[in-house]
Structures are given as C-alpha cells and as structure tokens.
Design a protein around this ligand. Structure first.
Ligand code: SF4
Length: 416
C-alpha cells in the first residue's frame, strides 16, 4: 500500500508495512517476526534508517498546532480520550529525505489559514510555505479486520501517527457524567456515545489487535489509557490485565499506561511487573486555581498526591520513563507552568507540553474557550525544551507513550 503526495521539491512516497513485512515464512517463529518488525524503529517500515527528519521551525509548528490544517487527512480521529479531532501527518523541515517526517497531529480546522495546494504543498493564505514537506499518513490495514465475535479492530484501538497503537481500555470515567466534576477539555465518552468504540476492551481482543497492527502496519509501541474507576486502583487493575495479554501475544512491544494516581500506590508497581515500559500520570496543570476551574473532579486529588505517585513511578519505572501532560492555554501564568516543568524534570518526570485544543463535545468548547496563542505556545515550548535538552531528557527515551510519540506536542520542533 503506497501513498503519493506531491511536495515542493518533488514526489514524496511512503510505504506501509504491508509491503515491507513480506510474506511470513512457515519455518520462522512468529515471535521472531514480531521482533524483527519492532527492530524497524520509530521511523517506521520503508524508511531509511539514516534519514532523520529535520524539525520544522518552532514558530511555524506552533501556528500549525493552534490553527490546524484545512485538508482531508488519510488518518484522523474524533472524540475519545486525550487530544483529538485531528488529522495525522508527517511533517519535515529542509534537508529531510523524501518519505521521512515526524509524526504530527493537526486539528482539522475548516477555518485554518493553512491548507495544501494541488501539489500537496503547504500553503498559508494561499501562499506556498517554503522548506516544509507534508505527507499524509494512510489508513492502516488492521482497520479492515474484526474479531471472531465481530468487533471491528478499529473500535478497539487506533493507529496514532505512524507507529503508535492507542486504546482507551475503559471508555467511561467517574468524573465525566457530572459536569461539576468533568474535566472541561475532555471528550472521553463522546466516541462511546457516537458508537465508535466499546466501553470496556477485553484483554484478549486487544492482544489480537496489537498482533495484527505490528504485523500489518509496523506499529512499534502501544499506549493504553483509561477513564478513572471508583476502585482504589483507579483503573490500574484492568490495565494490568490488558498489558499482560498484549505482551503474551506480542513479546517485546513497548507499552505505556496512563492513569490517575491510584489510592494504593502499589498499583504502580503492579503495572510495571505486568510489563509496562512507561507510565503517564497526567495532572495537566499544577496551578490550584486552574485545576479547580478546569479539572474540578481531579483537583480533589492534592498535588502532593501526584508528587508521591510520580516519585513512586520514577523509583519503579526509572528516570524519564514517567511523564505528565501540561496544557498550555488554561490560563496558567507561563512562568508558573515553566517552573512546574522544571520541577518535574528534576524529578525525572517528562513534562509533555501540549496546547489546549478546543474539541467539539467538550464543556470548554461549548463555552467558546479558544486555543492558546501560537506566541504563548512557542514561548513556553521553547523554555521547557531548553530545560529538557539541558537535562538530557528526550521524549524518545520514554520508549512508549505520548512523549515518545511526540505528535501532539510542539516540543519535538525544539529538540525536546
Ligand atoms: S502524542 Fe499521544 S495522543 Fe498524540 S498521537 Fe501520539 S500517542 Fe496519540
């Protein structure tokens, strides 16, 4: 399966793993095959290992992150947990080999000044933007498959970017039904309401999807997030089952789990024992006024409890295997956000700086709260990226998860 996008300097071609994987040999252990596929690395099948994409200019990247792109993506998502309502693309700056580019998510925005011309070249207000190549990421082959019970793989897990399999193992959250406790940026249950996913994913089904996604589409890592449960594990128990089942089917696949601080911190240890390689414990903001306004339910969990969970997670998973989202655009003072990021970095926790995205279906969208300005996003990203570089912490070293993927953040444009 191939896609062709005309770039400014010629024809860009990408191949998905259906061609690269080749025909399986009956003599080979299927596990060796999976390992060979995983060894292909983050550039994905079909890419030359020496082709490192050069990032695009941070100012432009910040504008694209905020304004989005007026174009039809090959791969997109709507609703669900985390950043959404976006198209998935490969973006590359100058001197990048054709077919290479960093996986990037861009809001699907009919009002964006950014579009693609007939040759696939990025334009702004109709004028070509030089030194940037945009390449569509194709719909993966595993989306065409279903379980024996008839559940579409696409309803169980999605491809994010070029190499990430993402799933929400429980699509409901104790904080969502009541608007007084719901996070105002969140749309976790909207994809469930739309009939695009299941409330609870069965571990054996996820194992089946993961094996297919690795085999057919070159997936190299997996993200498992969850809505928060009312148990003391806060959702960790089902994550443990899902991690174990996927690793039994695809040994060696790097998996990140995402969870609120469990009431019993031992669950962090159990997630690690199950085989998860990294963990995200997402606070979004450490500013108490911002937390009370944007995440009123989660704000009842004291910041001190988050710090205990992060420290426990670093002790168990290791330095730079723990991360948290920090959202730009919630009204937090940039100096406060940057100082929080620096404390996290000192703790060994990767601050995944992401712009707040107004998503249809969220409370904040209904209130008309706009995204941050590109200038604010650029400034905060630049300051946090500098600190990350100084500390020698790269998102890629998380091995799995949003920081390792990087598609929803602008940090990658500045070496973060
Ligand atoms: S950064 Fe996270 S949410 Fe965004 S595309 Fe990557 S895995 Fe998905």
């Amino acid at each position: 399966m191939s896609a062709y996008v005309e770039g400014g300097s010629g024809l860009l071609k990408t191949r998905r793993a259906t061609g690269a994987a080749g025909a399986p040999s009956a003599a080979r252990d299927p596990r060796d095959e999976v390992s060979a596929l995983l060894d292909l690395g983050t550039a994905g099948p079909g890419a030359d290992a020496t082709d490192e994409p050069t990032p695009i200019d941070l100012a432009l990247r910040a504008e694209l992150a905020v304004h989005g792109l007026r174009a039809t993506p090959g791969l997109s998502r709507r609703g669900g947990a985390g950043p959404s309502n976006d198209g998935h693309w490969k973006l590359a700056g100058p001197a990048t080999a054709k077919g290479c580019g960093s996986q990037t998510t861009l809001p699907m925005s009919p009002d964006s000044p950014f579009s693609l011309d007939a040759d696939g070249q990025l334009t702004r207000d109709g004028v070509v933007v030089e030194d940037v190549a945009v390449e569509a990421i194709e719909r993966p082959a595993f989306y065409d498959l279903s379980t024996a019970g008839g559940t579409r793989y696409e309803d169980l897990a999605r491809l994010h970017g070029t190499n990430v399999l993402a799933t929400t193992v429980v699509q409901t959250c104790i904080r969502y039904r009541d608007e007084a406790t719901r996070c105002r940026f969140c749309t976790i249950e909207e994809s469930l309401r739309a009939g695009d996913t299941l409330q609870v994913k069965r571990p054996e089904d996820l194992a089946e999807v993961a094996a297919a996604a690795v085999r057919l589409d070159g997936v190299t890592q997996m993200v498992m997030t969850t809505g928060t449960s009312n148990g003391r594990d806060r959702g960790a128990k089902h994550l443990v089952r899902c991690v174990e089942a996927v690793l039994a089917a695809v040994p060696g696949l790097s998996i990140q789990v995402q969870i609120e601080p469990p009431l019993d911190l031992e669950w962090i240890d159990r997630l690690h024992e199950a085989g998860a390689a990294a963990v995200g414990i997402h606070v979004e903001s450490t500013d108490e006024e911002v937390r009370a306004r944007w995440t009123p339910g989660k704000a009842e969990v004291p910041i001190e409890r988050y710090e205990e969970a992060w420290r426990r997670a670093v002790a168990v998973f290791g330095h730079n295997r723990v991360s948290t989202y920090l959202l730009v655009g919630l009204g937090e003072e940039p100096d406060h956000l940057v100082a929080a990021a620096e404390r996290l970095i000192d703790m060994g926790v990767y601050p995944f700086v992401v712009p707040y995205r107004p998503m249809d279906g969220s409370l904040a969208f209904a209130d008309g709260v706009p995204a941050p300005s590109p200038a604010e996003l650029r400034a905060v990203t630049g300051r946090v990226a500098r600190k990350l570089r100084h500390a020698g912490m790269r998102g890629a070293d998380q091995v799995a998860g949003c920081a390792a993927c990087g598609a929803c953040s602008t940090l990658g444009a500045d070496g973060g």
